[in-house]
Design a protein around this ligand. Structure first.
Ligand code: G6P
Length: 367
């Protein structure tokens, strides 16, 4: 049956709002709620023997890879390399025996990612894929297929596939941690609990839709927009910037908050909106002080945070968006929502073709 927009104006909008349902659907096949354990599909090799992970992807899927690197290293203490697929083969990467190569792709057909997969396969790596199309070429060529259950994604700019990828990768991180003896039963159960809370947290984030739509009119006239984040939320700053440039054609850059002083701070003036992703946690104070550096130079800050002190920290900001309180593990999933909504509403305010942005393709099958 043809996929319809229903009551939504664009497929992208529909897909943003589907996230609580499709992420829950995806998590259902990776979590055992009663046992409070993480469960992967049947595999005929020992994940505990893996000594290194190489993750390769393009576009938004690459930002999911970046988040996964934080998680795999933090929880499973497993060294991870990440690359954009178009660079990967050409740097002649060292692929040692016992390595797992992981490819992330909504379509399962992106030419650069597929070429990287075949390169790793020829080098004797174990091949795992996180794909949204179970009949895709990548799915067929993998040793381990980890499907996302986002359903068909029509909007060229990826949204729901991304959060579903993160859901699978979080479960995989926990599973690897268990297999490697880095996580006990109680810790695994706690991770399962945090993941189970994701759909409700996504709904709470979506409740800010109107507020973000109103704010989008303040961002739409900008020529440049900066996104800042730290830790596992740094890739979300990159993803926010990518979404904005893809569909609104505003130049945007994502930066690690602490790196801003080494360059982009020179761009800050009263015309440059700066979107600050600042989940509560050990890095919150540091991010707030980076935000003050922006404010001191007249920058217009949009603060997105779940911290207690958000009202205080947000004083003098252009706007604050209060996120639901969540465990730092799941913050990247939750913060995806406001950056997607902001890009969407800015594009709508500018009147661009949201679902079919100029020069872009949904699936890039040329290298
Ligand atoms: C294109 C799309 C992006 C997507 C990227 C990777 O550039 O416009 O939204 O993130 O390809 O696609 P994949 O299907 O491999 O995830």
């Amino acid at each position: 049956a043809a996929i319809e927009k229903g009551n939504y104006r664009h497929f992208m909008q529909k897909e943003i709002f589907e996230q609580p349902v499709v992420v829950a659907q995806t998590l259902r096949s990776y979590l055992r709620r009663v046992e409070q354990t993480v469960a992967l599909p049947q595999i005929d090799f020992d994940l505990a023997s893996i000594n290194r992970v190489t993750i390769v992807a393009c576009g938004t899927s690459f930002y999911a890879a970046m988040v996964a690197k934080y998680w795999f290293e933090q929880f499973a203490r497993l060294p991870v390399d990440i690359d954009v697929a178009s660079e990967f083969r050409y740097r002649d990467p060292v692929l040692e025996e016992g390595g797992l190569s992981l490819f992330i792709s909504q379509s399962g057909e992106t030419a650069d990612t597929l070429a990287a997969l075949r390169h790793c396969k020829a080098a004797g790596q174990t091949i795992a894929v996180v794909v949204n199309v179970p009949t895709s070429t990548m799915a067929r060529e993998a040793d381990l297929l980890l499907p996302t259950h986002a359903g068909p994604e029509i909007g060229v700019a990826s949204t729901k596939a991304f959060t579903c990828q993160l859901a699978v990768l979080a479960a995989l991180a926990a599973h690897l941690a268990v297999k490697r003896g880095r996580m006990n039963r109680a810790e695994e159960a706690a991770i399962v609990e945090h993941l189970v809370e994701v759909p409700a947290a996504l709904n709470a984030a979506l409740a800010h839709d109107e507020e973000i739509a109103a704010m989008a009119h303040l961002i739409a006239p900008a020529r440049d927009v900066l996104y800042l984040g730290r830790g596992a939320d740094y890739p979300l700053a990159l993803e926010g910037a990518l979404k904005l440039k893809e569909i609104s054609y505003i130049h945007a850059e994502g930066y690690a908050s602490g790196e801003m002083k080494h360059g982009p701070i020179a761009l800050i003036d009263e015309l440059v909106p700066v979107i600050v992703l600042a989940p509560s946690g050990p890095l919150f104070e540091k991010t707030v002080s980076n935000m003050q550096e922006v404010r001191a130079r007249g920058g217009k800050v949009v603060l997105i945070s779940d911290a207690e002190g958000i009202a205080e920290a947000g004083e003098g900001c252009l706007a604050t968006i209060e996120m639901p309180k969540v465990h730092p593990l799941i913050a990247p999933l939750v913060y995806a929502v406001p950056v997607q909504l902001l890009a969407y509403h800015v594009a709508v305010a500018k009147g661009t073709d949201v679902d079919q942005p100029r020069n872009l393709a949904k699936s890039v099958t040329v290298e």
